[in-house]
Design a protein around this ligand. Structure first.
Ligand code: DC
Length: 216
């Protein structure tokens, strides 16, 4: 069974998805890392990020693998490189190209198939596009100030002010939800959970309850 966990940055998606995966003994796929890998490849190749043909050419023939949360490109571990500001911005741009998304989505679907078809998959379009038939679809939200506060606790945000973090989140929200290809939005049949006033444990419990309902 696929459990789709979608939502914008800073809602606690990764923490919740990995906790749910652990509780259910399922593999966990953070699809953001696949777009980050594409952004890193584009940056390193010098391909103009807005040029989908050039980005696709840079990706052509590369072996992008994700094993236990470690991302490698042609056998080289790039997990740390994926968290830089530059890659964060590049991933958001390359993710606007439908042709790039098609290729990355195929990689995500193949990853889940290889795990036997069951996984907790987090992203922006999992319930709408990647696994539209997922029996459990969760869409996490939180008030902007709460998301900025949560982000400020992340290691990569250590040297940024709250205002800067809030502005970056707002810019990425806009890019992710206004793009034509698979914009960030809840699936019609998703359970929307506002995590603003909930603890991680409470959110995890609600997702597990939702999963249990679909198993019976
Ligand atoms: O979740 P993240 O911050 O690692 O995602 C990086 C970028 O990838 C984000 O700007 C949007 C894009 N993304 C996407 O378009 N679709 C997904 N399923 C996951 C991420």
């Amino acid at each position: 069974m696929v459990i789709a966990v979608d939502g914008p940055g800073g809602v606690g998606k990764s923490t919740v998805a990995s906790r749910v995966a652990e509780a259910l003994g399922l593999p966990h796929l953070d699809t953001g890392s696949t777009y980050r890998a594409a952004g890193l490849v584009a940056l390193r190749s010098g391909a103009p990020l807005g040029d989908s043909t050039a980005v696709l050419a840079a990706l052509d023939g590369l072996d992008i693998r994700i094993v236990d949360g470690i991302v490698s490109i042609d056998g080289v571990d790039v997990t740390e490189d994926l968290r830089s500001d530059e890659v964060t911005k590049a991933s958001s741009i390359v993710a606007t190209h439908p042709e790039v998304r098609e290729q990355i989505v195929a990689l995500q679907q193949a990853w889940v198939a290889k795990q036997g078809g069951s996984a907790v998959v987090e992203g922006r379009d999992i319930g709408t596009v990647v696994f539209p038939d997922a029996p459990v679809k969760i869409y996490l939200t939180a008030r902007p100030e709460i998301r900025a506060a949560r982000r400020s606790g992340d290691a990569e945000a250590a040297d940024k002010s709250k205002d800067q973090i809030a502005a970056e989140l707002a810019a990425r929200d806009h890019a992710d939800s206004s793009r034509k290809a698979s914009p960030l939005r809840p699936a019609a049949d998703a359970e929307i959970i506002d995590t603003s006033d909930l603890s991680i444990d409470e959110v995890v419990e609600r997702v597990l309850a939702s999963a249990a309902r679909h198993e019976t």
